[in-house]
Design a protein around this ligand. Sequence first.
Ligand code: CDP
Ligand code: CDP
Length: 222
Amino acid sequence: MPNRICVAIDGPAGAGKSTVAKLVARKLGLLYIDTGAMYRAVTLKALKQGLNLHEAGGLTNLARETTIKLVPGLQQSVLLDGEDVTEEIRSPEVTRHVSTVASVPGVREVLVERQRQMAYENGVVMDGRDIGTVVLPRANAKFFLTASAEERARRRAKELEDKGYTVDIDKLIKEIQDRDYTDSHRSVSPLVPAGDAIIIDSSGMNIEEVVDTIISWIEKNK
Ligand code: CDP
Ligand code: CDP
C-alpha cells in the first residue's frame, strides 16, 4: 500500500524549500516534487524558441506540448522533452524570466494538473508557491518557509559563487525582491501562506533545525 501522505512546502525564493523538502521526503519515505523546476523548464524552452514571453496563448500551447520528467534521486534531475536540463534551468537568465512565464494562467493550469496527478499516484513532499493553497489544498501538512530577503540573497550568492558565477549581492537582493513582488501580486495563485499553514521563519535557523521542526510537527499531528 503506497504511503499517500502529502506535505506542502511553500515560500519565497531562497527560503530553503527544496533543500528542506528533499530531506523531509527522504526521512518520511515520500517522493519529492520540485514544482519550480517545472516552471523553469517551460521558461527555458520558451527562451530557446525565442517566444514572446508576454504572449499567453503561445506559452500555454508550449506548456501543453512539453514533457517534463522529474527523476527522483539525491540530486533530482529534470528532463525536458527527454533532455537533461537540470543545470540549465538554474541559469540567471531562466531565473530572471521564470516569474513572467509562471504568471500565465494557462501555463499554471497545465502544470498544476500534472502536479496533482503526481501527488495522486504517490505520497509526496511538494514545494512551490501555491501548493498549500491551490495544488494540494487538502494536504496533510502545510508549511510556509520564509527568511529575510537579505538572508535569502546571501544563501543564493553562496550557491552561485560555488558554481563559479560572480555575484553582485545588492543586485541579487533586488532580483529576489522583484521576484517576490511578481509572485505575490499575480492574479492567479499568488504566493500567500494557506490559512492552515505553519509559518517558519528560518532566518536564524540551520537546515537541520528546520527539518526537525517540520518532522516533529508531522509526527505530533498525524
Ligand atoms: O528555487 P527558487 O526559489 O529560486 O525558485 P523555484 O522554486 O525554482 O521557482 C521559480 C519560479 O517559478 C518562482 O519564482 C515562481 O515564479 C514560479 N513558481 C510558481 O509560480 N509556482 C510554483 N508552484 C513554483 C514556482
Ligand atoms: O528552494 P528555495 O529557493 O526555497 O531554497 P533552497 O534552494 O532550498 O536553499 C537556498 C540555499 O540556502 C541553499 O544553498 C541552502 O543550503 C541554504 N539554506 C540555508 O543556508 N539555511 C537554511 N535554513 C535553509 C537553506
